[in-house]
Design a protein around this ligand. Structure first.
Ligand code: AMO
Length: 585
C-alpha cells in the first residue's frame, strides 16, 4: 500500500496509530539534529519527524523541496507550544520509522508556496508545480464542486446532458473561428465551436426538451482577464418555455451551486433592470450594483450655457461621488477619464452658496437646476463628460467603476446579481454602416416589435437577457426564433443574402421546417463564476491549463510551427508572412 492516510486528515484521534503517507516535501527543517518535514498532498500538510538514530536519517538529510516521498511512522502529539491550530493536522506529528524516496525533484523554478509572488510566464510554464500550491488546489476543488452542483441541479430538473460536436460548421457568436483543415477533404475546414448554439437548438427540434452541457467553447478574439480562447459554458436549452421559465432555472441553478459549492445562501429573485435604464443610470449594460453611484443626464440643463464643450455635445452626463476632491485628485481622475477615451473631464464643486471652481463660471446661470437634478450636497465635486451619447455613457460608466473601487464604495466579497433585460435586437455598426445582432441572430424579436423589423430595426427589442454579477456578465441567453420566416427576415436586416443564409445556416432553417418547438436558453460563463467566487476576475486562475494573453501555452509551447509533412498531407502552403513568422523564409 502506497498510503493509508492523506496529509490533511490526521488528528489527535489517531495518536499512537501507525500510518503510511505519501506526498511532496514542502519544507525541511533541521532542529538540533532532528529533521522536520512538512509533507504536502492535495489534502493538506502533515509534520513528519525523523530522529538522528533512524536508519533513513542520511537520506532524509538529503531531501529537497518537491521530492516525492513515502513515509511509514507512528502518530504522536506535538509537544506543548508546538501545535498549530490553523491546520487540521496541527496537533500531531508523525514520527518516522521508514522513508522511501519515490522520485527526486530538480530545484523547482518556482516556489510551491502561496505567499511567493511569481511571474505569470513561469507559473504557466511550470503549471504542474503552480497547481501544487494549496490555493490552486482549492480553486480546482471549488471548480469541481460547482460543476457537480450544476449537474446535480440540472439532472434533478429533467435536463439531459448531451455532448455536441467539436468539429463543426462555423457558428456565429461574433468572434473569429478557430479552424481545423480536413485531410480527407483537401481544401475544406471544420470550425471549432464558439458555442454549441445551433446544435442545442436542433436538439430542441429533436424533441430532447431540456438539454445541458458543460461545453468547451473556442473563440479567436482579443484576450482579457475574463476572456480565454477556450472556456467553459454551462449551456442550457429548453422547449415550450417563456422568458420567466429561464429566469427561474438560472436563479435556481445559481442558488444551488452557491449553496452546495460555497455554502452561500443567495436571495432570489434577482433584481431586473431594463437595458435602457442600465445605460441611463450606470452607463454600461453590466452594472456593478454593489454601490449606488448613478450617472445623471444633464444634457438639457447644461447645454444652455456658454461653455463650448457643453454647447455642442450630444449627451452630457454628470457623476457626483459625494466627495470633495483636491486639485491633484481631479487631475488624476481626468487622466483616468482620458485613458477611457474622454476628451476631458469638466468639474465643479457644490458649496453651501452654490458652485465653485472648475467650470463654475459657465454653469453659474443654471446652477440651481443642476444641483436640484443631481440632488448633490455641499462639499461634493461634480464630474462631467460631454460627448456622443455612446461615448459619454461608456466613459462615465468606466469612471463609475473606477471610483467605486477607489473610494471603497462596496464590500469586495459581496455578491450582487442583477438581470439586464429588454436589450435592443440590433446594434448599429458605425464602421461597417450596418445593423448587427446585439446577441446573436437566433434571438426572437418581441412579438409587438415585429412590425418595425424592416422599417425601424433600431426600435426592435429582443427577448434576451444577461445576468450580471458584480459588474461581470455571467450567463446570457434568449428566447429563440423558431419560425423560419421570421428567422429569414432577421437575417435580411443584418444584410445576409438568401444565399448566405442558405450556405451558413440552411441546415438549421431546414430543421425548423419540421415542426420546431418554441424554445430558448442561456449559457453561463463557468470560468467567470468560479473566478469571482475565488475572489478574482482573472479566469486563468481557475483554469488548469490556460493560455497567456498572447494565446500561447508556455508549458507545451503551442501554437507550434506547421511541419512540412502535415502541410503536404493537408494540401496547404504557407504564405510569406507565415514563413517569416516561423523562420522558414
Ligand atoms: P455568449 O457569447 O454571451 O452567449 O456567451 C455566454 C457567456 O460565456 C462567457 N464567455 C466567456 N468566458 C470566457 N472567455 C471568453 N472568451 C468568453 N466569451 C463568453 C460569458 C458569457 O456571458 N450561445 C450563446 C448563449 C445562448 O444564447 O444560449 C452564447 O454563447 O460569461
Amino acid at each position: 500500500m502506497l498510503r493509508d492516510h492523506t496529509c490533511g486528515e490526521i488528528t489527535a484521534k489517531e495518536i499512537n496509530k501507525d500510518v503510511i503517507l505519501a506526498g511532496w516535501v514542502s519544507k525541511r527543517r533541521d532542529h538540533g539534529g532532528v529533521i522536520f518535514i512538512d509533507l504536502r498532498d492535495r489534502y493538506g500538510i502533515t509534520q513528519i519527524v525523523i530522529n538522528p538514530d533512524n536508519e533513513h536519517f542520511e537520506e532524509a538529510n538529503k531531501l529537497r523541496r518537491e521530492d516525492c516521498i513515502q513515509i511509514k511512522g507512528k502518530v504522536r502529539k506535538r509537544p506543548e507550544g508546538m501545535t498549530n491550530p490553523k491546520i487540521i493536522t496541527g496537533e500531531i506529528e508523525v514520527i518516522t520509522k521508514h522513508l522511501l524516496v519515490l522520485n527526486k525533484s530538480e530545484t523547482p523554478p518556482l516556489e510551491v508556496d502561496d505567499r511567493a509572488v511569481q511571474s505569470e510566464e513561469i507559473r504557466l510554464k511550470y503549471r504542474y508545480l503552480d497547481l501544487r500550491r494549496p490555493s490552486m488546489q482549492k480553486k480546482l476543488q471549488l471548480r469541481h464542486n460547482l460543476a457537480q452542483a450544476a449537474r446535480e441541479y440540472l439532472n434533478k430538473h429533467d435536463f439531459l446532458e448531451i455532448e455536441t460536436p467539436l468539429l463543426i460548421r462555423a457558428t456565429p457568436e461574433g468572434a473569429r473561428d478557430y479552424v481545423v483543415p480536413s485531410r480527407v477533404h483537401p481544401g475544406k475546414i471544420y470550425a471549432l465551436p464558439q458555442s454549441p448554439q445551433l446544435y442545442k437548438q436542433i436538439l430542441m427540434v429533436s424533441g430532447c426538451d431540456r438539454y445541458y452541457q458543460l461545453a468547451r467553447c473556442l473563440r479567436d478574439e482579443d484576450l482579457r482577464a475574463d476572456r480565454q480562447p477556450e472556456f467553459t459554458q454551462i449551456d442550457v436549452e429548453m422547449s415550450f418555455i417563456e422568458e420567466e421559465d429561464v429566469y427561474e432555472v438560472v436563479e435556481g441553478l445559481i442558488k444551488h451551486m452557491l449553496k452546495k459549492g460555497c455554502d452561500i445562501d443567495l436571495a432570489t429573485p434577482f433584481p431586473r433592470i431594463p437595458y435602457d435604464e442600465a445605460i441611463e443610470r450606470y452607463g454600461v449594460d453590466k452594472p456593478d450594483i454593489r454601490f449606488d453611484l448613478h450617472l445623471h443626464d444633464v444634457t438639457e440643463i447644461v447645454r444652455q450655457t456658454d461653455f463650448n464643450v457643453f454647447k455642442n455635445a450630444e449627451c452630457i452626463k454628470c457623476i457626483a461621488p459625494g466627495k470633495d476632491f483636491s486639485r491633484g485628485e481631479i487631475e488624476e481622475l481626468t487622466s483616468v477619464a482620458t485613458s477611457f477615451g474622454a476628451k476631458g473631464l469638466a468639474w465643479t464643486k457644490v458649496t453651501s452658496l452654490g458652485i465653485e471652481g472648475g467650470s463654475a463660471k459657465f454653469l453659474e446661470p443654471i446652477k440651481d437646476k443642476l444641483i436640484k437634478k443631481i440632488g448633490a450636497n455641499p462639499g461634493t465635486t461634480l464630474l462631467f463628460v460631454a460627448d456622443k451619447k455612446k461615448n459619454t455613457n461608456e466613459i462615465l460608466g468606466k469612471l463609475r467603476n473606477y471610483l467605486g473601487e477607489k473610494l471603497n464604495l462596496y464590500k469586495k466579497d459581496e455578491l450582487k446579481f442583477c438581470w439586464i433585460t429588454d436589450f435592443n435586437l440590433f446594434e448599429w455598426d458605425e464602421e461597417a454602416q450596418k445593423w448587427t445582432p446585439a446577441h446573436h441572430i437566433f434571438t426572437s424579436p418581441k412579438p409587438e416589435h415585429l412590425q418595425y423589423l424592416e422599417s425601424d430595426p433600431g426600435k426592435v427589442k429582443g427577448i434576451l437577457y444577461d445576468l450580471v454579477l458584480n459588474g461581470i456578465e455571467l450567463p446570457s441567453g434568449s428566447i429563440r426564433i423558431s419560425n423560419p420566416d421570421i428567422q429569414e427576415r432577421v437575417m435580411a436586416v443584418i444584410g445576409l443574402s438568401k444565399e448566405d443564409v442558405e450556405r451558413k445556416f440552411g441546415f438549421l432553417l431546414e430543421s425548423f421546417r419540421y415542426g420546431a418547438p418554441p424554445h430558448g436558453g442561456f449559457a453561463l460563463g463557468f470560468d467567470r463564476l468560479v473566478a469571482l467566487l475565488s475572489g478574482t476576475n482573472d479566469i486563468r486562475e481557475v483554469i488548469a491549463f490556460p493560455k497567456t494573453k498572447a494565446a500561447e501555452c508556455p508549458m507545451d509551447s503551442c501554437p507550434t510551427a506547421w511541419e512540412d509533412e502535415s502541410l503536404k498531407e493537408l494540401h496547404l502552403q504557407l504564405d510569406s508572412v507565415a514563413k517569416k513568422n516561423i523562420g522558414k523564409q
